[in-house]
Design a protein around this ligand. Structure first.
Ligand SMILES: NC(=O)c1ccc[n+]([C@@H]2O[C@H](COP(=O)([O-])OP(=O)(O)OC[C@H]3O[C@@H](n4cnc5c(N)ncnc54)[C@H](O)[C@@H]3O)[C@@H](O)[C@H]2O)c1
Length: 441
């Protein structure tokens, strides 16, 4: 089949490549022409393991092409899959500006019957509204249009695997022919299909992310208790996860959830519920616990070291390993709080960051704080004179750092591991004062 995937970000590019790899002819469309140019040259504009190689193979086979031309994008395929961003606004409501732009382009360029597949995470009720809007917009053109909700569940860092082996493929819609067409699209993947109406599909996506966010907040709250009594939270999680009703996934205590999905999807769900007079107490608390986790971590640090006037090295700025995505990263909130506590310098070291231009969030800091945040690329000199090292992203490279040698370079041998990533016994035997998240006595 011929498919256009609209939006060539983390989701759009991964989806486009996987659909091309199973034999479809795919066009990736994005308004960002620089991104399109890179993709057509076989350069992935973001970090995601395995994707660049697949991109190069598929370009070679001419199974995929990328364009910034809206006419090509819309007229050449009868399946249009939307994967544009739906970021949060300050009220928590999802911003549908990009989605609306796409609907306008579809209406403007429509040349034949189309199936519009919504992969973007969109608020409850959006797909039905989209169908009405699109039908209204194209009514003079005499072309039929169907909308299918097909939410995406991939994880950044594991996007290729998750798209090739989806846990399920949810198809929400009301037209049997369109549902069948979308089902056929994915058949080579051997996935489990779950067909339902628009609203059910939309809520499956939001409820899944809300549940996973709650699970993370739950284990983080239990970690505070574990810390108090000297239990090892990792072992607690293993013991809990052995129960198949619980499962071990998303039970890693740390600095809280972040990224481009959980925070914004929790916010949208809370906003939607509030607008409709429903109180989602559990989700509100999950959000609150997540927010206070950084404060809890800072209290642990401050019980060993007064932060005012100190130099701190932060290892990791992305919200997780194997991605360059810094959206809603707990590390950034931690850096902001360190500055609020009056630290003199925060050095940040992340394998995906080589210049200050890559930490645009720094621009929002007060003027006197901006100069205190320094991107470090030279790992050998990174620890010189720092009073504490905070590990905030579990990048594998961090475990290979010369910790023995670093010991003599720091002002104080303090390491706080916000992800329970390093081996406490090894670090302590080297002479570090090591503290993880509730790692027991
Ligand atoms: N990132 C994830 O892990 C993930 C997982 C599941 C679902 N989602 C959802 O998928 C959607 C996309 O997320 P993402 O992380 O890939 O976003 P992204 O920001 O990485 O990519 C979005 C892309 O859309 C492009 N775009 C914006 N307006 C456009 C337009 N009018 N026409 C064409 N392209 C346009 C942007 O230039 C950008 O390249 C969001 O709704 C998100 O909630 C994301």
């Amino acid at each position: 089949m011929r498919i256009t995937v609209i939006g060539s970000g983390y989701v759009g590019t991964t989806t486009a490549l996987v659909l091309a790899s199973i034999g479809h002819e795919v066009i990736g469309y994005d308004v960002d022409s620089l991104k399109v140019e890179k993709l057509n040259k076989g350069i992935l504009p973001f970090v995601e393991p395995g994707l660049e190689l697949l991109l190069q193979e598929l370009l070679e086979k001419q199974q995929i092409t990328f364009t910034a031309d809206r006419t090509v994008a819309i007229t050449k395929s009868n399946i249009l899959m939307i994967a544009v961003g739906t970021p949060s606004t300050s009220s928590g409501k999802a911003d549908l500006t990009y989605l609306q732009q796409v609907m306008d382009v579809i209406a403007e360029q429509i040349n034949e019957p189309k199936i519009v597949v919504t992969k973007s995470t969109v608020p409850l009720g959006t797909n039905r509204w989209m169908k009405q809007q699109l039908l209204e917009k194209v009514k003079t053109k005499n072309h039929s249009i169907e909308v299918i909700s097909n939410p995406e569940f991939l994880r950044e860092g594991k996007a290729l695997h998750d798209s090739q082996f989806p846990s399920r493929t949810v198809i929400g819609g009301e037209d049997q022919e369109a549902i069948e067409k979308v089902r056929q699209l994915y058949t080579p993947l051997n996935t489990k299909f779950f067909v339902c109406n628009y609203e059910t599909a939309e809520l499956i996506k939001y409820a899944s992310n809300g549940f996973l966010a709650t699970k993370i907040s739950f284990i983080n709250e239990v970690a505070r208790l574990a810390d108090l009594i000297g239990a090892d939270i990792e072992k607690v999680a293993i013991g809990m996860g052995m129960d198949p009703r619980i499962s071990p996934h998303h039970l890693q205590a740390g600095l809280g959830y972040g990224g481009s999905c959980f925070p914004k999807d929790v916010d949208e769900l809370l906003y939607f519920a509030h607008q409709n007079g429903i109180q989602l107490n559990l989700l509100e608390q999950a959000k609150q616990v997540n927010h206070s986790q950084i404060e809890w971590f800072l209290q642990k640090i401050e019980s060993k070291l007064s932060l005012k006037g100190k130099r701190v090295l932060v290892l990791g700025l992305t919200f997780k390993e194997d991605t360059d995505d810094q959206r809603e990263s707990p590390s950034i909130r931690l850096v902001e709080q360190l500055l609020n506590k009056g630290v003199d310098e925060v050095r940040v070291l992340d394998p995906t960051i080589s210049s200050s231009a890559q930490i645009q969030w720094k621009n929002a800091l007060p003027e006197h704080d901006k100069e205190k945040v320094n991107v470090i690329t030279d790992k050998d000199n990174a620890p010189n004179g720092v009073h504490a090292i905070l590990l905030t992203t579990p990048w594998p490279i961090f475990s290979n750092y010369p910790w023995n040698e670093w010991l003599s370079r720091t002002e104080e041998a303090l390491i706080f591991d916000g992800r329970n990533y390093l081996n406490p016994d090894e670090m302590r035997s080297l002479g570090w004062h090591y503290e993880g998240i509730a790692k027991g006595n």
